[in-house]
Design a protein. Sequence first.
Length: 575
Amino acid sequence: MKKYILLILILNTSICFSQKHLTFEISKGKKTATYSEVVDFYSELSNKHQTVSILEMGATDSGNPLHLVIFDPLVSNITKSSFDKKGRNVLLILNGIHAGEPDGIDATMLFFRDLAENKTEIPKNTIIATIPVYNIGGFLNRNKTFRTNQEGPEEYGFRGNARNFDLNRDFIKAETDNARSFIEIFQLLDTELFTDNHVSNGADYQYTLTHLFTQHDKLDNEIGNYLHEDFIPDFERQLENKDWPIVPYVSVFNQKPEKGYSQFFDSPRYSTGYTALFNSIGMMVETHMLKPYKNRVEGTYELMKTFLNIAEADFKKIKQLRNRAFDSYAPGKYYPVQWKIDSSRTTTLHFKGYEAEWIPSKITGQQRLKFFRNKPFTKDVAYWNYFKKTDSVQIPDGYIVPRAYWNIKELLELNQIEFRVLSRDTEYIAEVYYIEQFETIKTPFEGHYLHYHTAVSTKTEKIIANKGDLWIPSNQRGIRYIMETFEPAAPDSFFNWNFFDSILQQKEGFSPYAWEDLAYDFLNKNPEIKEEFEKKRKTEKGFAENSYKQLEWIHKNSPYYETPHLRYPIVRVRN
């Protein structure tokens, strides 16, 4: 009997030890948790502490549910329907979007355990939520080699998800179950603050931590200025005081950083670019993959605590600025759809790097870049972190989306965009776009051949919107999402992501031998078009020498030409 009691005591001690000490800790910072260990950890934490709730929040491409874990000192046993902010802000932490970069997964487990056990300061004004592992399919695809230059952990996941999508390019097109479940979570929480934990390397330098905040110029002026002038400097200063110096994400590849670099522009395909559409303060953490895994996890932990400290201190200001930002863009105002670096303005970084030289490669015989860690330096480096608008469009009163585009309706519903289904056919005077030019990338990118440099012309036309079509008013909280996806010239518009490629293909044509006589008759009955045609023949040699191009031009200026070709199906309406 005593033997059985002793065995039970040993087993119980082992269980307590496994709950208290993570794989990261047991391995002394050399290993990361497996997926089942992550889920078991948060489930046990939730069972032991009323402040922690774990929810299943929709599907992922792997077949496993996406979990949401919430730390709330005021409310226990939280469900989807019972979640209530009670006037507080929400900080959402996203982990493992690239599953080979698990630093945030382990750091957040440590953070939540310390919060639950009152080993760190408990926030009064901020609810902390995390998606423990976002790219579950990639995290289950564990290996030791794919992250070629990464210093640990011993095993890790893969960048692509179960369908080999890079999930940090999927927030607008939302083609994965993962992205759709994330959007549901983000909208449920009505998130004020967001961090996305990553690992990266494009050059070598002394820092373990780098940050990539959403580009401040493309936020509303007030909240953008607060982020740029208050939040980020305070954030950097506090981490420096903790002996965790941090620098903006070093967006160079195989170059010397001391030559200067620019801020990464996070368009809405990326996590912080998407969250910015709803006026959230977003930050992507990029630890340096050449630093030891233990250091990277500990640095990510301190970084999240620091982020929370500022969020707590400024919670009223953040909430007020965010609420005001929703009123910044209204019908009649202009919305920027294209940006470029403002080369006239820079920030000086006191950059802690390593000396580097171009030396002959022992493999290729060509020059290769070599960093020398025994030669550290601190130098003033130019950082281009200001952007300026290069194209803007006036916000209409609303848009009409034909009912045929059910995929867009699904995304509007998912992103909580308000719309009304027309109950009858309705006539409008509308602004109609015609695609004038675009370029297309030559190699596939996340399952698409993206368009760019898109330009449109605008015509005012009388249209009939059919019963069942969608009316989307511009005066709503989701206006930035609407503008970034509906306006074709925006970099991550639905058009540029190939949602409307069917309009780029002409479905009906002509037979030259038959069209010739009709074309001749048409020109004689339309002298203005005939005059324009003759002028084009005289001034453009290539046109004059190509009979098919001439007949095609006449066809496109005649009633025989199909109206859907190059006609953008979403129209703009002003009341």
